[in-house]
Design a protein around this ligand. Structure first.
Ligand SMILES: Cc1cc2nc3c(=O)[nH]c(=O)nc-3n(C[C@H](O)[C@H](O)[C@H](O)COP(=O)(O)OP(=O)(O)OC[C@H]3O[C@@H](n4cnc5c(N)ncnc54)[C@H](O)[C@@H]3O)c2cc1C
Length: 445
């Protein structure tokens, strides 16, 4: 497996202190690894939201499906995220999307992003999942006074996209909405999205896939993919899997040789989260932050935050380049310093949890969800740019539909264009320190 991060990234170390571990049942769902030979019509590689949703969609249509997960379902980003369900899976602004892809396809993309939020809602309702849902849409805040105009522009953009109203909240009215922080200078409330407990969602999808008849295998890293007899032969440590069709759902934990068609065409980036101890009513009143909205700020290296149902504050941030013990400590300290600036009244409130994981960017700056070039009967879905709690399950359903030869959901062409290669190929991570330094400066000037 040609992976591009330090080995530590692929161990349990980054999730040792993960808040969501508290929600794992005891015993946690366990699936045996593949032993000897397994045959199926469809093989799904990767047990995160993408893979689980793809496998569930296939099994519900009556297909014979195996899901192969290198560790255990939810081990990747799907068991580590902040639980913010919202649009935003492209790294291009609306006008850039329009220029690059034209009106019709860009509209399809907006429809797909909206449908992705609806799909999570449908999964939660139909599977009767208790996911600790909160937040009406989400709130975007300006991290500097001169970014307030951006809020209006963003609200207008939203309005043009979805025909839905937005609410502008000037700085002096933020405290009345429970959003009091010296760091934020205005807000817009945007109507689409909500927050959930990502582990409860993950466990619900895992159960549903198993109940629908998916044969699930943990601790089964696919090490080699070869064409075989009109389908594929997958080498795993305990044996091999033969499948007619293949769905690749490995996102930020992909390898450059699985398959070679993806080599140099996806870029994993670290994302980090800290969670405090529960806050008392007095502490919440002192800071004046009691909003149940999920919040993102206007930085390029953005912060996202939400007050969890048990009154802990969750703060997420980007910007760490290497996965090493030193970097984990340094990022934890940076998260804490940012937190103290945003919430000065809580500077003595301890951090109880801190963890990290890999999200996935593409050179196209939009997700890739489609047929793998040069591989008959193989599809892949990846690259949600850190916004995959809804786009991942949605895209999993899209590639499952493609593999079944049917079309039910908006699937824009722009998500199916072959992935461009990053200029630095297998050395593409080397671009990150420079990019992060530039974003850091841009966020400050
Ligand atoms: C810290 C953090 C916070 C985030 N916060 C948010 C948020 O609040 N909102 C939001 O929308 N998005 C968020 N995201 C992003 C979101 O979690 C992801 O986009 C989404 O979970 C991707 O799902 P996935 O199934 O495609 O990939 P993953 O969940 O990463 O799953 C990929 C799986 O593939 C497996 N795998 C890899 N290679 C192989 C192989 N060769 N054989 C078998 N299995 C293999 C891995 O073990 C892994 O379990 C966050 C991500 C992180 C890391």
């Amino acid at each position: 497996m040609k992976r591009i991060y330090e080995p530590l990234a692929y161990t349990d170390r980054p999730i040792k202190e993960r808040y969501w571990n508290r929600f794992l049942p005891d015993p946690a769902p366990h699936y045996a690894p593949v032993r000897d030979e397994v045959t199926a019509e469809f093989a799904v590689i990767g047990g995160g939201y993408t893979g689980l949703s793809a496998a569930l969609t296939l099994a519900e249509a009556g297909a014979d499906v195996v899901l192969l997960e290198a560790q255990r379902p939810g081990w990747g980003a799907s068991g580590r995220n902040g639980g913010l369900v919202s649009v935003g899976s492209a790294k291009l602004a609306d006008d850039a999307l329009l220029r690059r892809y034209g009106e019709t396809d860009t509209r399809q993309f907006f429809a797909a992003e909206r449908a992705a939020v609806d799909l999570v809602e449908r999964y939660v309702d139909e599977l009767e999942l208790d996911v600790d849902r909160h937040s009406r849409g989400y709130t975007f805040v300006a991290h500097r006074p001169d970014r307030v105009a951006e809020l209006h522009a963003y609200g207008e953009e939203y309005n043009r996209r979805y025909g839905l109203p937005y609410e502008f909240v000037p700085k002096q009215e933020m405290a009345a909405q429970g959003l009091n922080s010296p760091e934020f200078h205005g807000a817009v409330n945007l109507p689409v999205g909500f927050a959930l407990n990502p582990m409860k969602f993950l466990l619900g999808l895992t159960r549903a896939a198993e109940t629908a008849g998916v044969r699930m295998f943990s601790e089964t890293p696919v090490q080699k993919i070869s064409p075989h007899d009109g389908g594929y032969l997958l080498q795993v440590p305990g044996g091999q899997v033969r499948a007619k069709r293949l769905l690749i759902a490995t996102n930020g934990y992909s390898s450059d040789d699985l398959p070679g068609a993806l080599a140099g065409r996806y870029l994993p980036v670290q994302s980090n989260i800290m969670v405090t101890r529960p806050l008392s009513d007095a502490e919440i009143a002192e800071q004046g932050w009691w909003s149940e909205q999920m919040v993102c700020d206007s930085r390029t290296l953005l912060h996202y935050l939400r007050l969890l149902p048990d009154r802990r504050l969750l703060l997420g941030l980007r910007g760490s380049v290497r996965v090493s013990e030193d970097n984990i400590s340094a990022t934890r300290a940076k998260a804490r310093a940012d937190f103290n600036r945003i919430f000065p009244a809580w500077r003595d409130v301890g951090t109880e949890y801190f963890w990290s994981g890999l999200i996935c960017m593409t050179r196209n700056l939009v997700p890739f969800v489609g047929a793998v070039p040069g591989m008959n009967g193989a599809w892949a879905s990846l690259g949600y740019h850190g916004s995959g709690v809804c786009m991942a399950p949605y895209s999993g359903a899209l590639i499952a539909d493609q593999a079944l030869g049917r079309h039910r959901l908006p699937h824009p062409d722009l998500m199916q264009r072959p992935l461009r290669r990053f200029e630095l190929g297998r050395w593409r991570r080397m671009s990150l320190p420079l990019a992060f330094s530039w974003y850091y400066i841009k966020d400050r000037i």
